[in-house]
Design a protein. Structure first.
Lengths: 219, 398
């Protein structure tokens, strides 16, 4: 006979937040959702913040690392951009679209660029997997050049034909005489949850997801 | 053997004991099989990368990346009969996290032949017992894969869209499902997508969620499939169903799996530690008439739990016997043997001159003087060895 097993109950929920503006916006959303936020990164240098009344514990981590923290169980839930989720593919649940951090992933090329389908397209990007997936579906042969920053420089120096990158306002592209030639996908911040955490803290996680989704809907 | 490996070995033996108790027979297999077996069923494998080598007769062989395929290949019961086996084997595959090949230990069972609801229920019970044997805090998620197949059949036949829908279901991603509906499906399907989204989000004990699931399955045209699913779950008493959770997001490859599919999680381990289900479709692909189901427990995933069971204070060696340079080898050996009896654990002999520099921890310290054994009270290391404290007096008398 089986005598014991896990029960979902309310415990402390650890939240991995992306450092920077996006993390601050999430804090505001959590406060709007009724969770007390003791301090924000603006007035604290602590990496871990506790909010005993709401039962939340926050970690501030590099945006691209949020998925790793959540997938490996160091954090129960987290907020990550859709670009990060598609690029790193962490094995997590994607519970809500928070409607913040909106931008898009697009392919940009020097003004007047004409694609020659007879040649392999050289694509500079920090999103190698998204690029391979996007062009793979189109059956286009590409050479992915993985860069970690200053992507816009690659076509200017002849390192690549095009770039695949995050575009917010397009100002940086214009300043470098680049223009968007294809939109790949829209990006926004998503609430993610670890698979084991979801099972043992189901009610708490669902409550946070529903409240944040409501705040996101109100805009 | 390290403490962690010893604990994992102990878990494996414990699980084997459970399976034996319910009439499953041990099954031992070779470490390698012909590569062709895996090549033809790549999608069934967790990782499609396999370590291969050419045998002396020119055949391309593979180090076993999976146990189920080998079991099916070698076991074929008579019609109407059921073969029940359990195994504890090492498999070789690319670990998702490290991206390199690893040797992973897994224990599990397979039931092949005339599978009926009683057998499905039995296997589910054994999966629950297995989780209970490794952790105090566990859940066994169960899904009815036929429900999802029927729901998708009613929404679209487009393989690409079905794949995208399934991915969103697997991620409990309602906004993703909504976006697919808006962009790629006729407006008439909106109600079904909404029901599919709610079904994916549904999670809880059968008693809590089955009524809602039934209503959603009706919208999705999967009433008969739901009925079959609910019938299996009704085979659990309320007490046994304590750790059971219904979770329709636990999707698996529908080309191989069908019916009941389940996954086990224990608190403190971020990934599933048990995975299983019915794989009648795989049997069909292999031109076999029998049905089959089984599960595997990923012992490597349990490392964290096994580690947590070890007390931080447990020393590397239970007792140390220090001896002088002048001691006779035969006396030291005899005393060491005696010490393992007294401590009921491990003992190691160390020359007195080397004692201060030893690079391992120990619980109790003994000395051999004039052929007699003395326990030296040396502060905290003696106190830490609580288990053998009562024997301390006996040792001192000697």
């Amino acid at each position: 006979m089986i005598e014991k097993c896990g029960e979902t109950d309310r415990k402390t929920l650890s939240v991995a937040l992306p450092k920077g503006r996006l993390g601050e916006k999430v804090c505001k959303m959590l406060a709007e959702a009724g969770y007390e936020i003791p301090e924000t990164p603006e007035n604290s240098r602590k990496l871990v913040l506790e909010s005993p009344t709401s039962g939340l514990r926050f970690f501030w981590v590099k945006p691209s690392d949020v998925g790793v923290y959540v997938e490996r169980g160091a954090a129960d839930i987290g907020v990550a951009g859709k670009d990060i989720l598609l690029e790193y593919r962490p094995d997590v649940y994607e519970l809500a679209d928070l409607g913040i951090g909106k931008c898009r992933i697009a392919v940009a090329a020097p003004e007047g660029f004409r694609d020659d389908p007879g040649r392999t397209l050289r694509v500079a990007t920090k999103f190698s997997n998204i690029a391979a997936d996007y062009y793979g579906r189109a059956g286009r042969s590409i050479d992915v050049i993985h860069l970690n920053g200053s992507i816009e420089l690659a076509p200017l120096l002849g390192l690549s034909d095009v770039i695949l990158d995050i575009v917010e306002t397009g100002t940086t592209l214009r300043e470098n005489h680049l223009e968007v030639i294809e939109n790949v996908l829209p990006v926004s911040a998503r609430l993610i949850a670890g698979k084991t955490a979801y099972r043992f803290k189901t009610e708490f996680i669902r409550e946070v997801a529903e409240r944040l989704a409501q705040v996101a809907q109100r805009g | 053997m390290t403490g962690k490996n010893a604990e994992i070995g102990a878990i494996s033996r414990k699980l084997a004991g459970i399976y034996r108790k319910y009439g499953y027979l041990p099954y031992k297999m070779s470490r390698f099989e012909e590569y062709e077996l895996y090549m033809r069923n790549k999608e069934f494998l967790i990782s499609d990368q396999v370590i291969t080598f050419t045998d002396t007769n020119g055949r391309l062989m593979a180090l076993k990346p999976d146990v189920t395929l080998s079991v099916i290949r070698n076991i074929d019961p008579e019609p109407g009969q059921v073969a029940k086996v359990y195994y504890s084997e090492n498999v070789y595959r690319v670990s998702g996290r490290s991206g390199v090949f690893s040797e992973l230990m897994q224990t599990g069972l397979e039931a092949i032949g005339a599978v009926d609801n009683v057998l499905i229920c039995e296997v589910l019970h054994l999966a629950a017992e297995s989780l209970n044997a490794v952790s105090d805090s566990w859940v066994l998620d169960v899904t009815g894969l036929d429900i999802l197949t029927k729901a998708l059949d009613g929404i679209t036949q487009d393989e690409g869209i079905r794949k995208e829908l399934l991915e969103c279901v697997g991620r409990k991603n309602p906004h993703g499902l909504k976006a697919i509906a808006q962009e790629k499906l006729p407006e008439a399907e909106a109600e079904k997508i909404d029901a599919l989204s709610k079904l994916a989000e549904l999670y809880g004990a059968p008693a809590k969620v089955l009524a809602e699931a039934e209503a959603l399955c009706k919208v999705l045209g999967a009433e008969a499939e739901f009925k079959a699913f609910a019938e299996i779950l009704s085979g659990f008493g309320a007490e046994a169903a304590n750790g059971l959770r219904v979770d329709f997001s636990a999707v698996s490859d529908m080309n191989y799996y069908n019916g009941i599919v389940f996954r086990g999680f224990v608190e403190g381990v971020p990934e599933r530690v048990l995975s299983g289900g019915q794989y009648d479709r795989l049997m069909e692909k292999l031109s076999r008439r029998s049905r089959a189901l089984g599960f595997a427990v990923y012992l490597d995933a349990l490392e964290r739990v096994a580690g947590a069971n070890q007390t931080a204070e447990k020393p590397d060696v239970d007792a140390v016997l220090c001896y002088r340079d002048t001691a006779m080898a035969a006396d030291v050996w005899k005393a060491l043997e005696e010490l393992t009896q007294i401590c009921g654990g491990s003992a190691r002999a160390v020359p007195e001159t080397q004692l201060s520099g030893v690079e391992f921890t120990y619980g109790r310290l003994f000395s051999l003087r004039g052929g007699a054994l003395f326990e030296l009270k040396c502060g905290k290391t003696v106190q830490n060895c609580g288990e053998t404290a009562q024997k301390s007096g006996e040792a001192e008398q000697k």
